[in-house]
Design a protein around this ligand. Structure first.
Ligand SMILES: [Fe+2]
Length: 130
């Protein structure tokens, strides 16, 4: 299981736990050579979950007038575009090793860094200003 820091808002910690669980399930499917349709379903779920989770953070950043909102939102957009790219690539090539490699390292590194920096600061600000 991926080790990552907690923030001061419960809803964000719950979203993060769900992200980590979905990533873990996907890695399990890929390790077990599961049918591509199952991987597709879970990838869709991960993408949709991430969209909703980012949108909720963004809504609260706007509501509390978080000054570095554009920086945090910019990173969310970059991540969603990258995820969509990897998803398209997987659909085109069905390269399970490539998908696994991406989930194992870049996704994990990004997630832990993002939660520990941007989400950490954002959660503190929202909590103080809500
Ligand atoms: Fe975030």
């Amino acid at each position: 299981m991926l080790d990552y820091p907690q923030v001061v808002l419960d809803f964000m910690n719950r979203d993060h736990a769900e992200f980590v669980a979905l990533r873990g399930e996907l890695l399990d499917l890929l390790t077990q050579n599961s049918p591509v349709a199952e991987v597709d379903t879970l990838l869709e779920k991960l993408l949709e979950h991430t969209r909703l989770h980012f949108a909720e953070e963004e809504r609260l950043m706007l509501e509390t007038q978080f000054p570095p909102y554009p920086v945090h939102k910019g990173e969310h957009e970059k991540v969603l575009a990258n995820m969509a790219d990897h998803f398209e690539n997987w659909k085109a090539k069905r390269d399970a090793a490539a998908l696994r490699k991406w989930l194992e390292t870049p996704v994990a590194d990004w997630f832990v860094a993002h939660v520990g920096t941007m989400d950490h600061v954002t959660a503190g600000f929202i909590k103080m200003n809500q």
